[in-house]
Design a protein around this ligand. Structure first.
Ligand code: SAM
Length: 284
């Protein structure tokens, strides 16, 4: 589905939106591709979508054309706002533009009571991991979003969906993401699809929040994974020393051999370690 707004290249030229590297600006002009990403976030009817970094509005237009009832688009680059206003005028009452930094926005508050709500974005790569970590560490769970459909560099996408079998990619991000969500890579996007093209292939990733993740304090899980993966080549009896409790006792309580390394422990194992850490800290 397309709209009768001007072609994106013409919009970029008219508003002089030369891409800024510091803002992670790699724009998508291919309507088939933006429609495919929008459909991956569907069905969109009666749905509120939060888009981070709409830029000149390629994905925004696809989300609206594919039927999103309401799009809240958060853009830091004020040069893009006039182009986004033109889209808002074309879809009256359906596009809300927020000028600001997504890292300091309370997206849940912007969405309010509207449900279902989800995030769909071609993320600025320089802050993509920081944004995802923030959303995954939400105090409230299940969170306000029922799905995340996000473009990352492929290397980051692999780190999100990794299991212990994928040793090089498996780390803190995979543990956090897969503890709270079911994750999968939907499809890859070649560098040539972007203007300007980045140096790497990208991937669209889907994360669906689990209704009931294994019970665990997110801060303690973060502490445990930081200690373990911070020294990933070392055995856990060594790397977990920084937690300030006896690592041998901690590992014995959860039945993990002290000679194991971080990359051999699955999400369930890390959750058990975080629960045991809470237990030991309460005792002392
Ligand atoms: N959605 C557009 C597309 O697909 O063509 C642009 C995607 S581009 C990869 C990333 C966008 O995020 C840019 O428009 C950039 O200005 C914006 N951006 C960068 N940092 C941001 C931040 N902290 N908060 C909100 N938007 C940001």
């Amino acid at each position: 589905m397309t709209d009768d707004l001007p072609p994106l290249r013409a919009v970029v030229a008219a508003h002089e939106l030369s891409a800024k590297k510091t803002l992670g600006q790699n724009f998508l002009f291919d309507l088939n591709l933006t429609a495919r990403i929008a459909r991956a976030a569907g069905p969109l009817a009666e749905t509120t979508i939060v888009e981070i970094g709409p830029g000149p509005g390629g994905l925004t237009r696809a989300l609206l054309a594919e039927g999103a009832t309401h799009v809240i688009a958060v853009e830091r680059d004020s040069r893009c706002l006039a182009a986004l206003e033109e889209i808002a005028a074309h879809y009256p009452g359906r596009l809300e533009i927020i000028a600001g930094d997504a890292l300091s926005c309370d997206l849940g508050a912007l969405v309010g009571a509207r449900r279902p709500a989800r995030i769909c974005a071609n993320l600025p790569y320089n802050i993509a991991t920081a944004l995802l970590t923030r959303w995954l560490e939400s105090a409230a769970w299940p969170p306000w979003f029922d799905r995340l459909v996000l473009m990352f560099q492929k290397e980051v996408a692999l780190r999100i969906v990794a299991t212990p079998a994928m040793r090089a990619d498996y780390g803190r991000l995979a543990v956090l993401a897969n503890w709270r969500c079911a994750t999968r890579i939907l499809f890859d996007v070649q560098a040539a699809a972007f203007t300007p093209p980045p140096k790497v292939t990208s991937s669209v990733v889907e994360l669906v929040p689990r209704a009931k993740p294994l019970p665990c304090d997110v801060k303690l899980l973060s502490e445990v994974t930081q200690a373990a993966f911070g020294q990933r080549r070392k055995m856990l009896r060594q790397s977990l020393k920084s937690l300030g409790v006896d690592p041998a006792a901690l590992l014995e309580k959860v039945g993990i051999a002290p000679t194991k390394r971080a990359e051999e422990i699955d999400v369930q194992g890390f959750v058990a370690l975080a629960q045991a850490l809470e237990h030991f800290r309460k005792k002392t």
